[in-house]
Design a protein around this ligand. Structure first.
Ligand SMILES: Cc1ncc(COP(=O)(O)O)c(C=O)c1O
Length: 356
């Protein structure tokens, strides 16, 4: 038997999401994807890059970084790009954590966060969300000590979809020593109606230890290509670049992301469509007596009350509607459902009716 690093056992496995024993067309509402295909010009940019796949991709990711820098009004040297934003998270952990160090994050939050502690041997400090499913920033600040290297804030939070305001984040950052890296994971920020995504970029001007993490997987609909980015210090980018392989972002992903970020009108259109579906799904759930947290994302976090979570989730699966069980995300008695098209959302709602 080959021997593995003992830490491997501590790393949670990602839930399998492929075959559900359903013959018809599946409605996939479990991974917070968006229902729209990439824009034609974005597809063309990726297709063009395919013609030169005999060459390694640009290790500097120059065009992609420059376009992101232009959009976010920041120096290109402060833009780190990755094979999905997850790669940047894992590389940040590799660059900053070690046994004896600590990483603080809220819980329930993004399922990837426990990996950071587990793979590095650092101590993961989980701070419970408040009663409304929001980050308890005061309690998180209280957990920061001389061993803390990273604080993760997921805003809007996955899986609860709740958001804290930029002023609260600013006040929180004031309390954190400059030697501690605060990673603000904004995978869903574009969907928020409570915040202009550009507002948190202002925080970068005031807090040198802040890293704003974003992705092309959600509003830009490019999760299949894997592309994400972080805005922070140049020092952060150089450290992340040292610990991972140089060609991590493939050429079609670089080209597609560089094109996608130019289409701000399309982003605005998708935000609007999502807001309409959010309203629809949430009001339908409320009519069925099901409570949700206040969503600023492209999904709802639904309390199932006395109902058996596993039964509801597998009942939905039996009807071809795939959602994520709360117990897989840190809280039992819930489900997380992503908004799809109107037809998909209505299929979810009518399949849900059969479980209630
Ligand atoms: C909070 C959060 N951060 C990051 C990611 C990862 O995105 P990427 O596809 O860019 O790795 C996700 C994906 O679901 C997420 O929910």
């Amino acid at each position: 038997m080959i021997e593995f690093n003992r830490r491997v056992e501590d790393i949670p496995a990602y839930p399998a999401a492929d075959s559900y024993g359903y013959d018809g067309e599946l409605v996939k509402l479990a991974s917070n994807e968006t229902p729209w295909a990439p824009l034609q010009v974005v597809q063309e940019a990726a297709a063009q890059a395919i013609t030169t796949l005999n060459r390694y991709p640009d290790p500097d990711k120059s065009l992609m970084r420059r376009r992101i820098a232009e959009r976010c009004d920041i120096a290109p040297g402060r833009v780190t790009v990755g094979n999905g934003s997850c790669e940047i998270l894992l590389a940040a952990a590799e660059a900053m954590l070690e046994p004896g160090a600590e990483i603080v994050y809220a819980w329930p939050s993004f399922s990837m966060y426990p990996h950071l502690a587990a793979m590095s041997g650092a101590r993961g400090v989980r701070v419970p969300l408040d009663g409304e499913g929001r980050h308890d920033l005061e309690a998180m600040a209280a957990e920061v000590n001389h061993a803390t290297r990273i604080v993760l804030i997921c805003n809007p939070n996955n899986p609860t979809a709740t958001a804290v305001g930029v002023d609260a984040l600013d006040a929180f950052l004031e309390k954190i020593p400059r030697s501690v890296c605060v990673i603000l994971d904004e995978a869903y920020v574009e969907f928020s109606l409570a915040q202009d995504p550009d507002e948190s970029l202002d925080l970068l001007r005031r807090h040198s230890n802040l890293v704003v993490l974003r992705t092309f997987s959600k509003i830009y609909g490019l999760c299949g290509l894997r592309a994400g980015y972080a805005l922070g210090s140049e020092q952060f980018r150089l450290a992340v670049d040292r610990v991972r392989q140089p060609f991590s972002v493939n050429a079609p992903a670089q080209a597609a992301a560089a094109e996608a970020i130019r289409h701000t009108d399309e982003v605005a259109r998708r935000v609007e469509l999502t807001a309409v579906e959010r309203l629809h799904v949430e009001s339908e759930l409320a009519e069925r007596g099901l409570e949700t947290t206040e969503s600023q994302a492209n999904f709802s976090w639904v309390a199932l009350g006395e109902r058996d979570e596993a039964e509801v989730v597998s009942g939905l699966e039996g009807l071809g509607v795939i959602v994520r069980a709360g117990s897989a995300l840190g809280e039992e008695g819930r489900l997380r459902v992503t908004y799809g098209t109107r037809a998909e959302n209505d299929r979810f709602l009518s399949a849900l009716d059969e479980q209630l």
